[in-house]
Design a protein around this ligand. Sequence first.
Ligand SMILES: Nc1ncnc2c1ncn2[C@@H]1O[C@H](COP(=O)(O)OP(=O)(O)OP(=O)(O)O)[C@@H](O)[C@H]1O
Length: 589
Amino acid sequence: MTVSAVPSDRHPGAGMVISTVAPDRRPDSGAAISVGSLIRPAAGRLSLAVLAGVGAAGAAVALTACSAWLISRAALHPPVLHLMVAIVAVRACGLSRGVLRYLERLVGHDAAFRILTDVRVRLWTRLERLAPAGLADFRRADLARRLAADVDAVLDLITRVVLPYAVAGVIGLASVLVVGVLVPVAGLALAVALLVVGAGVPVLQRAAARRADGRLAPLRAELATGVVDLLHGLPDLAAYGATRDRLDRLAAVDARLTDTSRRSAATAGLGAAVTALSTGAAVLAGLVAGAVAVRSGSLPGELLALIVLTPLAVFEIAAPLPTAAQRWATARVSLRRLTELWQTPDPIHDDPSSTPTAAAARKNDDASPGPARGNSGLAVPEMRVDGVTAGWVGGRTAINGVDLVLPSGGRVALVGPSGSGKSTVAALLVRFLDPREGRVTMDGRDLREIPADEVRRVVGYLPEDSSLFDTTIGDNLRIGRPGASDTDLREALRQARLLDWVETLPDGLDTLVGEHGMALSGGQRRRLALARLLLGDARVLIFDEPTEHLDDETAAALTRDLMAAAGERTVLLITHRTDLTGLAVTRLR
Ligand SMILES: Nc1ncnc2c1ncn2[C@@H]1O[C@H](COP(=O)(O)OP(=O)(O)OP(=O)(O)O)[C@@H](O)[C@H]1O
C-alpha cells in the first residue's frame, strides 16, 4: 500500500486526508507482450471462434466430399433412398457453413477487439506513468505509430494469423486422416502439400524477403517521423533553403520502404504460386493413387471423386496461410515495438516502504496540525528540495545537489542560466521525475511515498509550452477540472484576466482556439493555460517561464496577475526576468 495526500472530499479545500492505494492499481510492466499474454484475457471467446471456424471449414470440405460422392453414386442409378443420407448431409453442410462462418467472424472479431481494448488500456496506462520523462527516448511520430499501427497489428494477429492457422491445422489434419484411411498415398500427398503451404512457403518467403516484412513497420515509423519533423520545421527549413535536402532524405526513406514493400509483395506472389502448385500436385497425386486403388479393388469407384476433390476444398482453407505467415512476421515486429514501450523503465518509483501504518500515523483530519492553512482554510503544504541530484535520459545529470524551499503560501523565484536545470526542478516537484540522490518533500514527507497523480493534484504546473487542444475554450478549461460549471470557468477566466475578452466573443466559451491555440495571441494562450491551472485544486503553483516571448509590458502585467490569482497558494516562478520584486530568489548555476 502507498500513502497519499489528497484534498478531502468532505471538506473541499479545507484539509488533507491520507488515502491508501492498493499496489495493483499501479500499472505493471516487465514481461514482454507475447501472443500468449495477449490471448489470455479472451481465451474462451477465441476458442469458441476457432470451434465455429473449424465447423465452417469442416462443413465446406464435407460439402465437397459428400457432393462428389453423391454425384458419382447417383450416376450408377441406385434407389433414391440409398442417397437420402448424403442428400441431407449436403443440405446440412451447405446451410451450416454460412451460419458457422458468420459466428466465427462475429466471435473472433469480438475476441480480437476485446484483446485490442485490453492492450490499448494497458499501454495508455503505461504511457501515463512514463510521460514525460520516461518517453524522452521516443520520437513523437514513432510513438504515435506504435500506439496506432502497431496496436492495430494485434487485431491482424488474432483474426488473420491465429484463427486461420488454428482452423487450417484442425481441418488439414482431419482431411489427411480421412483421405489417408481410404487411400494412404493420397493422404500422404495431401499432408506433404499442406506442410509445404503452411510451413514451407513461409520459410521460403522469409528467405526471399530477407526479413523485408519485419522492416516494414520501422521504415513506416521512420517515414512518419520524417514527415512530421518536416511539417514542424517547414518555416525554418524554407528560411534556410534546406527544404530540398530534407525532402531528399525523406525520398530516400520512401524508396527503401517502396523497395521493401515490393519485395514483400513479390514473396506474397511467390507464396500464392507455390500454393497453387501444391494444390495441383495434391489433386493429381489423389487422382493417380485413387485410380490405382479403384483398379486394385481397394476403393469403391464412387469414392474416387471424393479423393480427388477433397484436396481442392482443403486448399481453399489453407490458401491464406502464406499471407498469414507474412502478417505474423510484421506483427512480431509490432509486438517487439510495443514491448519496448511497455518495458521502458519507470522515471518514478513509488516507495514500497510506505505502509497503512504510516498512513494512519499521518492521518490528518481537522484535529491534527497538518499542513499550514491560509485565511480561507486552504491547506497549503511546504515543499522542500534537499540536496537533489537528478537527470532525464540515461546517466546524464541535469541538476546536482540542488536545495530549494517553498514555504507554505510563499513566493519564490527560481533563476539561472539556460540549461541549469530550472525545469528539471519543476519536474521533480510534480513527480515527473524522482531524484537520484536527495529528497523532495511535501510537509516533510518524501514525494516517493505519495502516488504521482495525488502529488499533481496538490502541485500544479504551468509548463513553458503549455498545450492547448484544437477545441473550444470551455473544453480546454475543463481539462483542469472535468465537470466544472460555466460559472466556475468564468471565475477562473476572471482570475486569469481573460473574462472580459471571452465575453466579447460571439461564441463565448464555445469559441474554438485552433490547432495548438493558434487562433489566440501568445498572451491569451498563456492566460487560458493559467485559467485551466487555477480551475484545478492545486495549492502549490509552478509557473515555468510564463512570460517568455511576451513584450515587457504584457510580461509585467501577466506576472502581476499570476501572483494575484494565486492568492494564498504557494508560487514558484521560474523566470529569466530581472525584476524579481517581492520574490525570494533561489539561483541555479
Ligand atoms: N524532457 C526532457 N527530456 C530529456 N532531457 C531533458 C528534458 N528536459 C530537460 N532536459 C535536460 O536537462 C537539462 C536541464 O534542462 P532544463 O530544461 O531543466 O534547464 P532550464 O534551466 O529550465 O533551461 P531553460 O532556461 O533553457 O528552459 C538539459 O541538459 C536538458 O537537455
